[in-house]
Design a protein around this ligand. Structure first.
Ligand SMILES: NC(=O)c1ccc[n+]([C@@H]2O[C@H](COP(=O)([O-])OP(=O)(O)OC[C@H]3O[C@@H](n4cnc5c(N)ncnc54)[C@H](OP(=O)(O)O)[C@@H]3O)[C@@H](O)[C@H]2O)c1
Length: 326
């Protein structure tokens, strides 16, 4: 698979990474460990060298990534994230320097590694100056415990302030055909500062693949039950987006998931999306998205088609929305 450079500090990753969150967290019952290991190793065998996890995805998720990647640890880039109170996504932020240091030690232990390749702040903490966060990660880099610094869901002003203390290699935020807010302010700042971009939920948490319809019922523990965009009514209204993607996909002899990923890869050469899946066949399908090569004309056709269609429903409920950084 093609490799892409994120930032100007030397970080290079496969054009598509593997989002490992859904193997243990957020979308219903976790997979069993052996299955999770199999998916991660299949991803590596098929050209992926970039694996995404976080403290907040549960102890098991980092442990799974660590165990699965052990045979090829030196050849892969492992990204993890700090910054929630007690490591729990619904507890609010905690990017105090002492917590960042504690999470680094725990993540190193769970990942069974001596260095974290890419360490992201998971959400901006309004109570801790971003300069202090960057300064702490800078110290961890000097101590050899971390290689590169990242932010997640940070806004333009925060990115600038952080980057002035320690160059940011990558920003990870939601970006896909149906969530394009980063285009307004964030992508221009990343381009100006030479920072890479890692779109999360690049398949719209599964919706853009066509596998989810208004009649899909999610497990009780599936986080999508809480998302306005996934209400039955909004799924029904947004189905026309998937129909559009499917029509474009059939012209290209591809699948909607592959078009959704190809569209992201075509935006900028410094973008590396991290789709997640728990299934081998879907993993292979998604990896096929890296070979789609959409032309500027193809991208414009897709954009024009989507511009005609209003997307229904917020991506997050309002109490979560407020926690994203500016
Ligand atoms: N920084 C952050 O705050 C943040 C937030 C969310 C996610 N992330 C990261 O981003 C990664 C990816 O995001 P995501 O998992 O939220 O969303 P995603 O990659 O857009 O979608 C994942 C969902 O799509 C389904 N899927 C995947 N490939 C498919 C295919 N070819 N056909 C049909 N369905 C398919 C998966 O179900 P199956 O498992 O059944 O295939 C899963 O439910 C996560 O794993 C995580 O590492 C970060």
């Amino acid at each position: 698979m093609e490799k892409r450079k994120l930032g100007t500090q030397g970080l290079e990753v496969s054009a598509l990474g593997l989002g490992c969150m859904g193997l243990s967290f957020a979308y219903g019952t976790a997979v069993d460990k052996q299955h999770g290991i199999k998916i991660i190793r299949e991803a590596y065998e098929q050209g992926i060298n970039f694996f995404d996890t976080a403290e907040a995805y549960g102890i098991e998720n980092e442990e799974l990534v660590g165990e699965a990647s052990a045979p090829f640890r030196k050849e892969v880039v492992i990204a993890t994230k700090f910054g929630f109170k007690d490591g729990r996504a619904f507890n609010g932020q905690d990017s105090r320097p002492e917590n960042i240091r504690a999470v680094a030690e725990e993540s190193l232990r769970r990942l069974k590694t001596d260095v974290i390749d890419l360490f992201y702040q998971h959400r901006v903490d309004q109570n801790v100056p971003i300069e202090d966060v960057a300064g702490t990660v800078k110290d961890l880099i000097q101590e050899g415990k971390v290689k590169y610094f990242g932010l997640s869901e940070a806004g333009a002003a925060t990115i600038r302030k952080a980057n002035a203390v320690l160059p940011v290699s990558a920003l990870q935020s939601e970006y896909s055909i149906w969530w394009r807010e980063p285009e307004l302010e964030v992508l221009p700042v990343l381009e100006e500062l030479g920072i890479g971009f890692v779109p999360f939920s690049p398949l719209g948490r599964g919706f853009l693949t066509g596998a989810i319809t208004e009649s899909t019922s999610f497990e009780a523990t599936d986080f999508r039950n809480n998302l306005p965009r996934f209400s039955e009514e909004n799924r029904k209204a947004n189905q026309k987006l998937v129909d559009l993607l499917s029509a474009i996909a059939s012209q290209k002899q591809a699948t909607p998931a592959q078009i959704a990923l190809g569209w992201l890869l075509a935006q900028k050469p410094w973008i590396a999306p991290i789709p997640g899946t728990t299934k081998s066949n879907r993993l292979t399908e998604n990896i096929g998205g890296a070979s789609i090569n959409l032309s500027a004309e193809d991208v414009k056709k897709i954009d024009d088609a989507f511009a005609q269609t209003a997307i229904q429903g917020d991506r997050y409920p309002s109490h979560i929305q407020q926690t994203t950084g500016k």
